[in-house]
Design a protein around this ligand. Structure first.
Ligand SMILES: [Zn+2]
Length: 94
């Protein structure tokens, strides 16, 4: 279960709250019932145990990213790359 960090704007207490992902964020301080805001945790929730998501999520998007980055299969003809008009004869033309 991810841990969310909250800070009370009233009593300035910071505390962690264990919540389900689907659960709505807390809005009231558990100490003084003042308004709280959720702090951005330094790291996304880390689940101890088997790494779910982590292996699954990026692969799908990465696949698309790779495919987007790949040029449409077109093999450049090797001859055309060197078919510059050979006027590079370094000589004094006078
Ligand atoms: Zn409070």
């Amino acid at each position: 279960m991810p841990t969310y960090e909250y800070q009370c704007e009233s009593c300035h207490q910071t505390y962690d709250a264990f919540q389900r992902i689907t659960e709505a964020p807390l809005t009231v301080c558990k100490f003084c019932s003042g308004p709280v805001r959720r702090l951005l945790s330094p790291a996304p929730f880390i689940l101890k145990g088997n790494g779910w998501y982590v292996t699954d999520y990026p692969s799908e998007s990465r696949k698309k990213a790779l495919e987007a980055e790949k040029p449409p299969t077109s093999t450049p003809s090797p001859s055309s790359s060197e078919s510059t008009p050979s006027s590079s004869s370094s000589g004094s033309s006078s």
